[in-house]
Design a protein around this ligand. Structure first.
Ligand SMILES: *Cc1c(COP(=O)(O)O)cnc(C)c1O
Length: 390
């Protein structure tokens, strides 16, 4: 080996196996070496004891998969480039032409769009149900998948999950139950103990915690179901970057502390909002006045840091936007779970499919890690100039 170019590539250094430190190493690879052709031939990528190709994972992503499976109370987890991609994987792996999927009317918006466009185009039907009326849930024999979300997106209704699950099992034993567990984050309640088959989690939110990573996970307990999901995951060529895995691994240890802090701050802000004459309804399941309070408190003592504030139906867009534009600490933006508080106005008339849904304008607040007093001052100051006289 005389040539520098060869020496620069085939160097002899090997990281010591005994190196121990708080952070797991970041192993990046597209190519993974085998010691012989026989080893290459015999290696099975589904076997988590060995490595085959970067897309199927490295020690870094295997580590994150294992930790997410533990967080979710599952046995197996797969990582995807976004929370939405995790929803897509569940739909694509488990639904076939002629099947029907049921979605709660307060489902994550892009999931609704996926059902209306992609699933529809593949000959997969869908229908929306009222998650707050489990007694009305009616499953036809073509239903093979039912999505649950607790609390629901934007309007934060917390459904009676045991009642919904019991009704689904009684009416359609063939149907699988999937839960979007992003709000509960694996902390607020134990989804698998309730009997769901599969969960997805937008790791983009709490597990990332920084507002700087997009990632999703799919988790389950059943080995057969895992194989169906993992095979589809692999055939579709879905993978994640190891630097992103590193960021999530780094922030996982502080997840329970951040969740609890944002929960406490959000409850203070929800109570403040309830005292405002211009707020017609404050959407937060921990409020004793919330229609969700009973179902939430039966399962949870914690809630995510989200609060909805519904405004009178005659409120104009100009007024809502002036209030949100006037905020200084709250930034305007999607997502949640990061250090900076966020606000987004929503017009409810366009958001839901069922006639019973609420109308008018609301603002969704995602509470960050700032002091709750400072956030309340910010909300109060902007509201004083906009809602004067209400
Ligand atoms: C954000 C979110 C998702 C999607 O996550 P992305 O990583 O942004 O694609 C899915 N479900 C819920 C409930 C979410 O809040």
């Amino acid at each position: 080996m005389k040539d520098k170019s060869t020496q620069l590539i085939h160097h002899g250094y090997q990281a010591p196996a005994g190196f121990a430190a708080p952070a797991p190493a970041v192993h990046k690879a597209s190519t993974v070496f085998f010691n012989s052709c026989r080893e290459l031939r015999e290696r099975d990528w589904l076997d988590k004891q060995a490595y085959t190709y970067g897309l199927h994972g490295t020690p870094t992503s295997f580590e994150l998969e294992a930790r997410i499976a533990a967080l979710e109370g599952a046995k197996h987890a797969l990582l995807l480039p976004s929370g939405l991609a995790a929803i897509a994987l569940v739909n694509q792996a488990l639904l076939r032409q002629g099947d029907r999927v049921l979605l709660p009317d307060n489902v994550y918006g892009p999931s609704r769009a996926m059902a209306r466009h992609e699933l529809q185009a593949w000959g997969i039907g869908h229908a929306f149900y009222d998650p707050m009326a489990p007694e009305q849930l009616a499953l036809t024999p073509d239903v093979t998948l039912v999505w649950l979300e607790a609390a629901g997106s934007v309007t934060l209704e917390f459904p009676d999950l045991p009642a919904l699950i019991q009704r689904i099992r009684a009416q359609a034993p063939q149907a699988l139950i999937a839960l979007d567990n992003t709000w509960g984050a694996g902390l607020a309640f134990d989804a698998f103990a309730l009997g769901v088959d599969v969960t997805i989690h937008a790791l983009t939110k709490y597990p990332s915690g920084g507002g700087d990573v997009l990632m999703g996970s799919v988790a389950c307990r059943d080995a057969k179901l895992y194989e169906r999901l993992a095979l589809c995951h692999s055939r579709l060529g879905l993978g994640v970057g190891m630097n992103d895995c590193e960021l999530v691994l780094r922030n996982l240890p502080s997840l329970p502390l951040r969740y609890a802090a944002q929960d406490q701050a959000a409850r203070r802000i929800a109570q403040w909002a309830q005292a405002q004459p211009w707020a017609v309804e404050v959407l937060h399941p921990a409020l004793p006045t919330s229609p969700s309070h009973k179902a939430w408190s039966a399962l949870c003592t914690q809630a995510a840091g989200l609060v909805g504030i519904r405004l009178p139906e005659d409120t104009t867009r100009e007024t809502v936007e002036a209030w949100v534009d006037g905020l200084r600490l709250f930034r305007i933006g999607w997502s949640w779970g990061g250090p900076i508080s966020l606000a987004v106005p929503y017009h409810l008339d366009a958001l839901r499919s069922l006639p019973s849904s609420p109308k008018g304008w609301m603002v969704r607040l995602a509470i960050g890690l700032e002091s709750a007093d400072d956030l309340i001052d910010d909300l109060t100051r902007s509201a004083a100039s906009v809602f004067a006289g209400r």
